[in-house]
Each structure stands twice: as C-alpha cells, then as structure tokens.
Design a protein around this ligand. Structure first.
Ligand code: CTP
Length: 332
C-alpha cells in the first residue's frame, strides 16, 4: 500500500506594502521549502505600531499577495510578531510546519527579534533577501519622480525641469538614475519567475492584478507586453518608477500571466499578432499620464475586430499612489 505523506505547509508573513519583485522572490523561495505556502498579511494597525503607516490598505495588499503564483492561502490581519498564541494558532489551526522570513533582521520596537519564539522551538527557516529593492526605496523613487505642484496636483520630474533647477535638480537626476540601475536580472532569475514555461506597469498595483485576471479569463493563454523605459518616457514625459527588467519580473510573478514580451512596442502591429498567434488584444481603462494625440496603438487589432477594453474597477495609478505618499510624507 502506497503511503500518502501529509503536505509540508510553510508560513511567511509580511507587510507587502507597494509589493515588488523582492517580495515575490521571497515568496517563491518560501514555497520551495514546502508543498503549500500560507501567507500572513500584517494588519494596518500592527504596521502603524511597528513601522509607521503603510501606503496601501489591508484590502489592497491582500489582493496583491493573492495574485502571486506561489501563494496557496492567505491569512488577513496577521500580527507583526510571532507571539506564543499566534504560533499555536499556526501549528494547530493552520497545520503549519515552518515559519519563514528573509535573512534581514526583523526587530520589534523594543529591539527584540519578532521570530525569536519560532527559532527557539526549531520551526524557523530562512530565505535570502533580494538586494536592490524595498518598499522604502520605492517610496524614495516616487518622491524623486513626482513633486507636488499645488494642492491636489502632481508634476513629474522630467529631464527638462531637472535641468532648469540646477541646485536640487542635478542631484535628484543622479539619485533617480542610480536608484534605477541597481538591479540586474539574469536569464536564470527570469526562468525561476516563469516556472520554466516559456502594458504598461510599474510596481504591483491592485488594479493591475484585477485587470490581468479579467484578461486571462477571456482566453487560454495570457501574453503580456511590457513597454521599455524609453517608450514610457516618450509618452509620459517622465521615467517609469521601476525599469523594464523589474517590471518584467513583477508581471511574471502574477499567477494569471503565461508569458511576457520584454520591451513590447507601443503599437500592436500586424506582425506581432501573427508571430504570437494573438486572437484578442485587451487593454484596461486605467491609463497613466497623457497619451500622444492622434496615434492609436490599438488601430490594427481594432481594424481586425480583435480588440476589447476591460474596465478596471478601482483606478489606482502611479500618480495616485504618489499623492498618497506625499500626503502622509510626515509619517515617513
Ligand atoms: N523581502 C525580501 N527581499 C526584499 C524585501 C523583502 O526577501 N527586498 C522579504 C522579507 O525578508 C520578508 C518578506 O519579504 O520575509 C516580507 O517583507 P515585508 O514585511 O513586507 O517588509 P520588509 O522586509 O520591510 O520589505 P520592504 O523593505 O520592501 O518594506
């Protein structure tokens, strides 16, 4: 008689604010340590108490975490600290075998280790933190990219207005440049994110995930075109917050995505449609910045009768996230 082994269940928790490919890579590694990955998303109140207010709400962060291909279950409103009581809940109610965290120290306001108890009972395992990206770093990139023009209106830092303001501008320009170049993808990492299978997006946003899900439901295979940095700059007038390779990993981490065109052209051509055997081109209703007047990037699929618009339920854009950050900047 063949013996059925119980699946190994691992738990990873976090704030997952402004979720990025560093978080995705952490969850990917955690999943490799077991068969099923349960993710605890820390509550707004606990984040406020331990790190200061998050940019995205519990509901938004939950949508993002649930959309990643390595996540099997989520626990909303998880505590920041692995307390004795919560640890017992994890073991007895959720059948968790191991509690996982990155190799960076995770300290409570009093300086003690949030995972001390799990380590003591030998149920702790560690993964390698991804260098070059963090929620704080993304907040920094956004603050460097946008400045408040007047109450309620945002202006992007472009090469033109950086040059005008020489004192702070040149400095800002260098900072933006250095922050955009500290991550290098390898083909192996891209393979890891794509599980061996062979739009315009910034970091993970709830609206983007819902749009990808809606798009996937319209077919059997979802191919996502990610525009290159220059194309975005030409259309929007400012650099994207995350560069092409970072955005590619973010999209690949999404459970609804089958394949990505890295550096897709702005216009969907007949060639592309033929080459990739595309039967439907889908575009969301949320658009970043202003588009160039007179040029319709979807003219070809429209003329072929294979174009469809999907309504994004909650329009959250880079600009609206930037507004949130600047509005409670005092708190950072
Ligand atoms: N993590 C990681 N690599 C990063 C950022 C986070 O591996 N670049 C891991 C953390 O070690 C943790 C999990 O992702 O196990 C969730 O992290 P989170 O609680 O959201 O916070 P931070 O570690 O503070 O991440 P960030 O600095 O981006 O806020």
């Amino acid at each position: 008689k063949k013996e059925r082994k119980r699946p190994v269940r691992v738990y990873m928790d976090g704030c997952f604010d402004l979720m990025h490919y560093g978080h995705a890579n952490a969850l990917r590694q955690a999943k490799l340590l077991g068969d099923q990955l349960v993710v605890g998303v820390v509550s707004d109140e606990e984040i406020v108490a331990n790190k200061g207010p998050p940019v995205l709400s519990m509901e938004e962060r939950l949508t993002l975490v649930s959309g990643l291909k390595w996540v099997d279950e989520v626990i909303p409103n998880a505590p920041y600290e692995i307390t004795e009581e919560f640890m017992n809940t994890l073991f007895n109610k959720y059948n968790i075998d191991y509690i996982i965290h990155g190799d960076d120290p995770c300290l409570l306001p009093d300086g003690t280790d949030a995972y001390a108890l799990a380590k003591k009972v030998g149920r702790y395992k560690q993964i390698k933190r991804t260098e070059g990206v963090s929620s704080t770093d993304i907040v920094g990139r956004i603050l460097l990219t946008f400045k408040q023009k007047e109450a309620g209106s945002m202006e992007a830092t472009t090469d033109a207005n950086v040059a005008v303001n020489q004192n702070t501008g040149a400095d800002t320009y260098d900072k933006v440049k250095s922050q955009l170049s500290n991550f290098l993808p390898t083909s192996r990492r891209i393979m890891q994110f794509s599980n061996g299978q062979m739009v315009l997006l910034t970091f993970f946003m709830p609206a983007m995930l819902r749009s990808l899900r809606s798009a996937r439901q319209l077919g059997d295979f979802l191919l996502v075109g990610v525009h290159d940095d220059q194309a975005i700059r030409d259309r929007r007038g400012y650099r994207p917050i995350m560069h092409l390779h970072e955005r590619t990993l973010s999209v690949l981490a999404c459970r609804y995505v089958d394949e990505v065109i890295i550096g897709a052209p702005w216009e969907v051509s007949r060639d592309m449609i033929t080459t990739f055997n595309i039967s439907l081109v889908v575009h969301g209703t949320v658009t970043e910045g202003s588009s160039v007047v007179g040029i319709d990037p979807y003219a070809v699929p429209k003329s072929m009768g294979i174009f469809q618009t999907i309504t994004s339920p909650k329009p959250i854009t880079t600009v609206s996230v930037a507004t949130r950050i600047i509005d409670n900047h005092e708190a950072y």
